[in-house]
Write a protein that binds this ligand. Structure first.
Ligand SMILES: NC(=O)c1ccc[n+]([C@@H]2O[C@H](COP(=O)([O-])OP(=O)(O)OC[C@H]3O[C@@H](n4cnc5c(N)ncnc54)[C@H](O)[C@@H]3O)[C@@H](O)[C@H]2O)c1
Length: 337
């Protein structure tokens, strides 16, 4: 049995470089064996100080390398399908950063390839499930501590967006996390998505309507709404308020230290997702490694990746037509039941 994952990280950009540091310094049972980036200088920079790691410019070289027995995919989403199908053919553990793929058709092809393999190999990087507050709210819901969950109110606010962040990316790159969170909290599929475009901020770049109000329904009729506001200027905030029959639970507010001094009070607003979810990424990757060493996966599945891709498709259609759009899903294969 494998004692250590020898991981090839494909894509050494913002997320990949962060995961490489994590694997190298904080994660037990895994080592960085190879780093692949089409920008070879990035791959070289990323392996600096990591004994035994090689820099490569092509994913196939890593997948054919006998020293590699696991893969972490952190390239842009439109490249995921190809790498995932090749890694599945090698039948090795895979951590794929979200999204699984950018659309339901390609995501379904990945699900079918895994089904053909006959066992689960892909864990998708929806890290919020590993955040301590998300996990605590999830437990309150599952244990029915406050009766039935009725509604979820989400705020997803970024300070600004990088150049080229399109209107569709508000759904595909940002609200995709809420789609997964809502499915995780409720244990149900999302049945419909509607997007309301109201008054927009003057701070949004051309072609982007910001903020947007996304209305979501689940199978049992839980209603969820998301304020996605990506040029909110003040800092980063991902928060949820859950309404139950017997109480209200809020998660995601800024934590202390709160300081009172010189007649004023205050604290620091979380600047970005690395600070907000840094610990969750650690738990996520450790869970992947521990499960992979047992021959299992330790988090969201390829089915979760497919289902959220279908939600995103409905969301982008809803952005355009303003209507309530049904989420279309194929039947769930037995492998994911
Ligand atoms: N879970 C999260 O919170 C979170 C946050 C940010 C990004 N992401 C996801 O992580 C992935 C990467 O995003 P990012 O922000 O790091 O992007 P990035 O652009 O910073 O990095 C992508 C890297 O992939 C490299 N690359 C491109 N084509 C390649 C190829 N064919 N082979 C090898 N390398 C190639 C690029 O040169 C670049 O270094 C995306 O899927 C994104 O959605 C997830």
């Amino acid at each position: 049995m494998t004692k250590t994952l020898r991981v090839a990280v494909i894509g050494a950009g913002r997320m990949g470089a962060d995961h490489i540091q994590r694997l190298n310094t904080r994660i037990h049972g895994a080592e960085v064996a190879a780093v692949v980036d089409v920008d070879f200088s990035r791959a070289q920079a990323a392996i600096e100080g990591i004994p035994g790691a090689v820099a490569l410019a092509d994913a196939d070289e890593a997948l054919n390398n006998g020293d590699v027995n696991a893969v972490l995919v952190a390239t842009p989403g439109f490249l995921h399908e190809d790498i995932l199908l090749r890694a599945l053919a090698r039948d090795i553990p895979i951590l794929c950063e979200k999204p699984l793929t950018p659309d339901a058709e390609t995501a379904w092809r990945v699900v079918q390839a895994e089904q053909t393999l006959g066992h689960q190999r892909i864990q998708v990087g929806f890290m919020r499930r590993f955040d301590a507050e998300y996990a605590a709210l999830g437990k309150i819901i599952r244990d029915s501590e406050l009766g039935e969950l009725l509604m979820l109110h989400h705020q997803h606010r970024n300070p600004t967006t990088p150049a080229g962040f399109t209107n569709e990316m508000l759904i595909n790159d940002s609200v995709v996390h809420e789609f997964d969170a809502i499915r995780y909290f409720t244990g149900e599929e999302i049945t419909s998505v509607q997007v309301r475009l109201g008054k927009a901020t003057r701070n949004a770049p051309g072609g982007q309507h910001d903020p947007q109000h996304v209305l979501i329904e689940t199978e049992s009729g839980v209603l969820a709404d998301v304020e996605i506001y990506v040029n909110a200027r003040f800092g980063y905030e991902v928060a949820t308020q859950a309404s139950f029959e017997d109480g209200i639970v809020s998660i995601g507010g800024d934590n202390g230290p709160f300081t009172r001094s010189n007649g004023r009070w205050g604290g620091t607003v979380t600047p970005g997702f690395e600070e907000r979810f840094g610990a969750a990424y650690d738990v996520e990757i450790q869970s992947w490694v521990d499960a992979a060493l047992r021959g299992e996966i330790g988090g969201p599945t390829a089915w979760d990746g497919y289902a959220t891709a279908a939600c995103c498709e409905a969301g982008v259609e809803a952005q355009k037509n303003g209507k309530k759009v049904a989420v279309k899903l194929n039947a769930k294969p037995d492998l994911y039941r």
